[in-house]
Structures are given as C-alpha cells and as structure tokens.
Design a protein around this ligand. Structure first.
Ligand code: NAD
Ligand code: TYD
Length: 353
C-alpha cells in the first residue's frame, strides 16, 4: 500500500512552487500537500486554480518569518516532510531593498528549521528539503561549470541571502542531525513566472511594443531550465536523494542574454503576425545591474549519475511554449502587472533616464 505522507511546501503560490504543488498533488493522491504562502506580489493563487478543489490539497496563508505561526502549523499537521521554496527571489529587488531578503530568506528559513527540529523527535522518515540557486557559487569566466564542490562566492544580496540559508540548513544537519537535502538550480523559465524576470518581462513588453531593456552589453550567460524539469528533479531528490547531500540541477542550455532575446523576438514576431525583425527593434541597451554575474553554468552530472535525471524539454520547444502560454494568458499577465508592480517598474526605469 502507498505510504501516506503530509508534506509542507512553502512558496507554493509562486512560479516554481505552483508547478511543484501541481505535480505532487496529482502524482501522489495519497499524500496531503499543504501549501504555505504569504501571497506577496510574487504569489498568486490563480496559478493553482486546477488543483484547489482536490481533497489532498490545502492552502494556508502564512509567513515563514513568524515562529509561533510555524510551530502551530507543525503541531496541527505533523508534517513528514518540508520542501522549502518560499523566498524573495528577484536580484534587482534585492539590490533596491536587501532587508526583506534577509528576513524571508535567512530568518524565515531558520524559523522553519527550528520548527522542524523541535517537532521531529525522530529523524526516521522525515526530510527537510531546501530549494536553492546556482547564484550562490558566484560568477564563471568563459569556461567551466559549477559543481557541488564549487566554493560559495555570492555577489548580490539575493544570492548572499540564499547562500546564508544553504549554510544554515547544512549546519542544522551537522549540529542537530536534522535530515536535510539541498539542491541548487539554474535559471528557470516557463508559465506563471512573474514578469519582472527576463523572459516574461520581454514577452510582456513585446506585446505592448515597449522597449526591451538589456542590461549592459547583453553578453551575460545563463543556463536555462524548463520549470517542469526542475519540478521533476525536486520530486526525485525529495524521494531518493541522499540525506545531507547537495545536488546541482541545470539545463545544459547556455544562452547569452542577447542571443536568447533575439530568438524570443523572432518567435514573438511569428506568433503575433508581425513583420520579421519588428520585435528586435524594441531592444534597448540600458545601464548594467550592479555586481552583475557574467556567467552561470551547471554541472548536473551527480544528479544524472545518482538519480538518472535529465532535462526533458529542449530549448527551442520550451521557448516557444513559454511565449505561447503568456500570449494565451494575457488576463493573468495584466492582473499581476497592474497596481504596485507597475509603479515599481516605472520608478526603476525612471531613475535611469
Ligand atoms: P517566486 O518569487 O515566484 O515565488 C516565491 C513565493 O514565496 C511566492 O509565492 C511568495 O508569495 C512566497 N513568499 C515570499 N515570502 C514569503 C514569506 N515570508 N512567507 C511565506 N511565503 C513567502 O520564486 P520562484 O522563482 O518560484 O523561486 C522559488 C524558489 O526557488 C526560491 O527559493 C528561489 O530562490 C529558488 N530558485 C529559483 C530559480 C528561478 O529561476 N526562478 C532558480 C533556482 C532556485
Ligand atoms: P533574471 O531573470 O533577473 O535572473 P537572474 O538575475 O537571477 O539570473 O535575469 C536573467 C539575466 O537577464 C541576467 O543576466 C540579467 C538580465 N536581464 C536583462 O538584461 N534585462 C532585464 O530586464 C532583466 C530582468 C534581466
């Protein structure tokens, strides 16, 4: 008989979290999935409309920095596992306001670690899985890859806060024997990503014939991974990863920003029925991001060899699917970019003029 489990997923209303919640709720009907989310600007319950009525799914609005709330939640549900994604996740915002990153990403993680530690008297069958980023490793030159042994060298307040939380998670393993596992993933893309991140921002601006702000010389490189492939890797690592270990997750799919944007512009021209080259005309080089990491690239061979994981979605297909999804979900785009976000975005670019 399938084992029943109650699993806490934090940040499940966000981009990656919503894909993971959907996967877990549908794939494991005998699990009870509790999605805890503060619903910041980046969290949106509309992302989970198709699972909200499932009997094995519960949404709880809450803040991971609130220790009493988190202790109560552990008391109430007696979680077998935690998959922790809740975070402030955007580098540019961390440059403008580092403190909320310290609070949520560092303090919030420690609050959850404490709740798990106090509640789990016995590590048997328990797991605290911390979701992190490749940005903790810093910046690469033209060659080489981040491995699990690469020393941490974070450069932005976002990556420094994630690095700090990774260290704390591992410290709870070594110090208190908390059964943890950590993964560090490259840039994700796909449906439901908040349109402040590169690809949905560009898609939305192309729709509105607005300038496409390319930071610096546009020669920065990222390794792009389809979000569904990340969710599948998380499922695998949660169930089969070794306790105390770290796994790198990446798409083996490096793009220079400007090349990726060119490719996207061409797909958008086709989908919108615009003349070839029209969207490329919107490209505008703007002031660089301070401390901008030049290149990220992941060596995911540990995950491949140990758990037989490989990305399933190819870049050309993924990019087209992404563009199509945003064009088919313009109501979602309009809603999440209205109000406070619009003001933030305009102020950001106003300060650059
Ligand atoms: P996101 O910004 O889309 O979602 C974050 C979610 O966390 C939101 O739903 C938000 O409401 C929630 N949240 C924020 N503060 C909270 C708090 N104090 N209490 C409870 N909930 C809170 O982020 P994402 O892109 O889905 O990233 C999820 C995780 O994956 C993060 O930990 C991020 O560091 C990591 N990650 C992201 C990427 C990427 O490319 N997006 C890559 C590697 C790792
Ligand atoms: P982003 O999506 O913010 O992810 P991260 O900084 O976590 O890698 O940015 C991806 C890349 O695109 C990064 O090199 C910064 C660049 N970028 C732009 O050139 N213009 C933009 O408007 C944004 C948001 C990002």
């Amino acid at each position: 008989m399938a084992l029943k489990k109650t699993i806490l997923i934090t940040g499940g209303a966000g981009f990656i979290g919503s894909h993971l919640v959907r996967l877990m709720v549908n794939k494991y009907p005998h699990y009870h999935i509790i999605n805890l989310d503060k619903l910041t600007y980046a969290g949106n319950l509309e992302n989970l409309k198709d699972v909200e009525d499932k009997s094995n799914y519960t949404f709880v609005k809450g803040d991971i920095t609130q220790a009493e709330q988190m202790q109560q939640l552990f008391e109430q549900y007696g979680f077998d596992g935690v998959i922790h994604l809740a975070a402030e996740s955007h580098v540019d915002r961390s440059i403008a306001n580092p403190m909320s990153f310290i609070e949520t990403n560092i303090v919030g993680t420690v609050v959850l670690l404490n709740a798990a530690r106090h509640h789990w008297k016995d590590a048997e069958g328990k797991r605290f899985y911390h979701i992190s980023t490749d940005e903790v490793y810093g910046s690469l030159g033209d060659t080489g890859y981040f491995t699990e042994e690469t020393p941490y060298d974070p450069r932005s307040p976002y990556s420094a806060s994630k690095a700090s939380s990774d260290h704390l998670v591992r410290a709870y393993y070594h110090t208190y024997g908390l059964p943890v596992v950590v993964s560090n993933c490259s840039n994700n893309y796909g449906p439901y990503q908040f349109p402040e991140k590169l690809l949905p921002l560009m898609i939305n601006n192309i729709r509105h014939n607005k300038p496409l702000p390319v930071y610096g010389d546009g020669q920065y490189t990222r390794d792009w991974l389809w979000v569904g492939d990340h969710a599948a890797a998380i499922d695998l690592i949660y169930h089969q990863g070794r306790t105390g270990e770290t796994y790198n997750i990446g798409g083996n799919n490096e793009w220079k920003n400007i090349d990726l944007i060119h490719q996207l512009c061409d797909i958008m021209d086709e989908l919108l029925g615009r003349p070839a080259g029209a969207s490329r005309q919107l490209i505008t080089f703007v002031k660089d991001r301070p401390g901008h990491d030049r290149r990220y690239a992941i060596d995911a061979s540990k995950l491949k060899h140990e758990l037989n994981w490989e990305p399933a979605v190819q870049a050309a297909d993924g990019l087209r699917r992404t563009a199509q999804w945003y064009l088919e979900n313009t109501a979602w785009l309009e809603r999440v970019t209205s109000g406070a976000y619009q003001q933030y975005y305009e102020e950001m670019y106003a300060s650059e003029q």
